[in-house]
Write a protein that binds this ligand. Sequence first.
Ligand SMILES: NC(=O)c1ccc[n+]([C@@H]2O[C@H](COP(=O)([O-])OP(=O)(O)OC[C@H]3O[C@@H](n4cnc5c(N)ncnc54)[C@H](OP(=O)(O)O)[C@@H]3O)[C@@H](O)[C@H]2O)c1
Length: 213
Amino acid sequence: MKLAIIGAGNVGGTLGAAWARTAGHEILFGVRNPGADKTQALLASIGAKARAVAPAEAAGSADFIVLTMPWPQTEAAIRSLGNIAGKIILDATNPLVVGPDGLGLEIGHSISAGEKVQGWAKGASVFKTLNTTGFANMAEPIFHGVRSIMFVAGDDSTNKPKVIELVADLGFDVVDAGPLRNARLLEAHAMLWIDLALKRGLGRDWAFARLRR
Ligand SMILES: NC(=O)c1ccc[n+]([C@@H]2O[C@H](COP(=O)([O-])OP(=O)(O)OC[C@H]3O[C@@H](n4cnc5c(N)ncnc54)[C@H](OP(=O)(O)O)[C@@H]3O)[C@@H](O)[C@H]2O)c1
């Protein structure tokens, strides 16, 4: 598959390297400055499967578009992609703001980042996923043989199996979390991971998993 990853920071860089390594996917990083030293170093670490181009060029030729930019830049980044009607979008953003108690969610009860992304990405199919664990876990989602959990929420039931398969390529135990409005739950779930990791002493080297009977 050809994947456009918009942003090549912690999440984007980690996902691009992991998808190239685990499934041989072709990675097009959509970045504002493809020649930047940090981007060139990332490309060198991944090898021939990855390139960096302008965001609109990446989005235009890809099967999937993965959003990995900070929340305040998300609307502008989507607008910079041009016509993305018909594209499949994986939205990994969390609507974080810094308040008096540190990081928190800007929105959540009546709207989510995922639903706002759908509003900006007219005609595209948006799925909320890859937002509920730390970026390093996206490269190593299996803990002592147990797959950590990753949710996919979205309304497009035709394309949802493809998104689930793509996320499973990384090694996650993938669960269909229902419609896109459930991004409200997934973004709160992400905030729980962030709160425990950064404020309650758990650190980043752990993840949620499911137990079944
Ligand atoms: N960090 C985590 O563990 C984690 C886990 C799950 C979800 N998330 C969410 O994932 C998102 C990214 O987090 P991160 O830690 O990867 O951030 P990061 O390391 O700061 O990387 C952000 C990337 O977005 C790019 N970017 C910013 N504005 C852009 C635009 N208009 N067009 C294209 N690219 C743009 C930046 O490019 P430049 O270098 O050009 O600025 C950079 O490559 C956030 O929404 C975050 O809440 C983070």
